[in-house]
Design a protein. Structure first.
Length: 94
């Protein structure tokens, strides 16, 4: 089962930084999302621990991930779970 982990990241100052970090972390996870504001990195299917991630980030610049915000397993079929939460809505206008 894949997990989704969100970390805070320091050192991001522009969209170029975001692109560099995303490119560096892409081989280390199945999916990578990097945000400038607020500064976070979301990894799905992370393949390395946080120390390895920080080593990679140090090689490309002054970036560092820190506090793990959230680590949660993803459902095998998250689409089915999302659709199951919707309730039918009927609107009648006269």
């Amino acid at each position: 089962m894949k997990t989704q982990t969100i970390y805070t990241i320091s050192g991001l100052t522009c969209n170029n930084c975001v692109a560099k970090v995303k490119a560096a972390l892409t081989p280390l996870a199945d999916e990578v999302e990097v945000s400038l504001k607020p500064p976070f990195v979301k990894l799905t299917g992370q393949k390395e621990n946080s120390e390895a991630l920080n080593r990679v980030l140090k090689n490309i610049g002054n970036y560092q991930i820190s506090a793990e915000i959230k680590n949660q397993p993803l459902a095998a079929d998250s689409t089915a779970l999302t659709i199951a939460n919707y309730k039918p809505l009927i609107l009648v206008f006269a």
